[in-house]
Design a protein around this ligand. Structure first.
Ligand SMILES: [Zn+2]
Length: 308
């Protein structure tokens, strides 16, 4: 396989994006394709993107693919994908047959953390905990540029654990998480994801705002929005403190829509000492560098990430 270039694929629910990258992380080509929401169309779309990149370089390139969900180490079948046509399918094997080479497959949140660790905000640090706060809420852990998947392939992914130190108001909400088999009372995703935050706000104030409207309200000094963001940061700090107590990462890098809210980087570090068992909180909370591109970049870095 080519030692000079690598291909990364981000397999999304409606689009499949591909990147051709050189070994220094420079983007050579990027392509995006829509596909029919079925298994066969996905395989064909990934294959034709890869063929196009191979043709461009005149070589057989390494291929890494980021997917929603994960490819079970036990059975080789996909599980927990919200692109449901992938579930229970031997996607890795079918793609390898179609492409005529070994490929590497990884959960897309892990690709985010890997991308940021290698040449993003986590560059130069040993341990990177990537946290995605978008429509959902989850995390992944990278140590020395290697994804730590864990025996259940859920390492670092604590988004569906209960919110720690719940106050009376939080307990009385009686939220029930409907994602997968969660159903946990006080499930953190219900408080921290963009969807959850906005739902709670509207429930509390009898409004019908979208997330970006609440952000705008806060910027204009609205007392309700200010209060809810204060609460949001406190909740997030409680959750981060728990993970610091377990893996104590050098850096915590935020991605997803809610990571664009500037005030959280200033305020959460001020709250963390209240909940963290340490003389001082040295963990850095950083905004991502590559944004939406981390999916494809991290997938491409699934090959040779140990060389950095
Ligand atoms: Zn949940």
């Amino acid at each position: 396989m080519s030692k000079n270039f690598k291909v990364g694929i981000d397999y999304g629910g409606t689009k499949i994006e591909g990147i051709l990258m050189d070994n220094e992380g420079n983007e050579i080509l990027r392509k995006r394709s829509t596909y029919e929401k079925n298994y066969k169309s996905g395989i064909q779309t990934v294959s034709s993107l890869v063929e196009e990149f191979d043709k461009h370089t005149g070589t057989i390139n390494s291929v890494g693919v980021g997917i929603p969900g994960s490819s079970s180490k036990e059975t080789g079948l996909i599980k927990n994908a919200n692109s449901i046509w992938l579930n229970d399918k031997p996607f890795k094997q079918d793609l390898e047959n179609s492409l005529g080479r070994d490929i590497r497959l990884m959960n897309d949140a892990n690709c985010f953390a890997l991308s940021e660790s290698i040449d993003g905000s986590g560059r130069g640090y040993d341990s990177v905990w990537g946290v995605i706060i978008g429509s959902g809420f989850g995390g992944s852990f990278v140590y020395k540029n290697q994804v730590i998947e864990g025996v259940n392939q859920v390492a670092g992914d604590w988004g569906h654990q209960p919110l720690p130190y719940p106050n009376e108001e939080e307990q009385e909400l009686g939220l029930e998480c409907e994602v997968g088999n969660c159903h946990r009372p006080l499930c953190a995703e219900q408080f921290i994801s963009g969807v959850g935050f906005t739902k709670l706000f509207n429930l509390k104030y009898g409004t019908n705002f979208r997330t970006r409207e609440i952000v705008a309200l806060e910027a204009n000094g609205d007392e309700r929005a200010k209060k809810e963001f204060d609460l949001y940061e406190d909740r997030f700090a409680r959750l981060i403190a728990i993970m610091i107590g377990i893996i104590d990462p050098d850096v915590i890098i935020l991605g997803g829509g809610m990571s664009n809210i500037g005030r959280i980087y200033k305020n959460i570090p001020k709250i963390l000492p209240k909940y963290t068992f340490s003389d001082k909180v040295r963990n850095k909370i950083l905004r991502n560098t590559h944004g939406d591109s981390s999916g494809v970049r991290g997938a491409a870095w699934l090959w040779d990430s140990d060389k950095f």
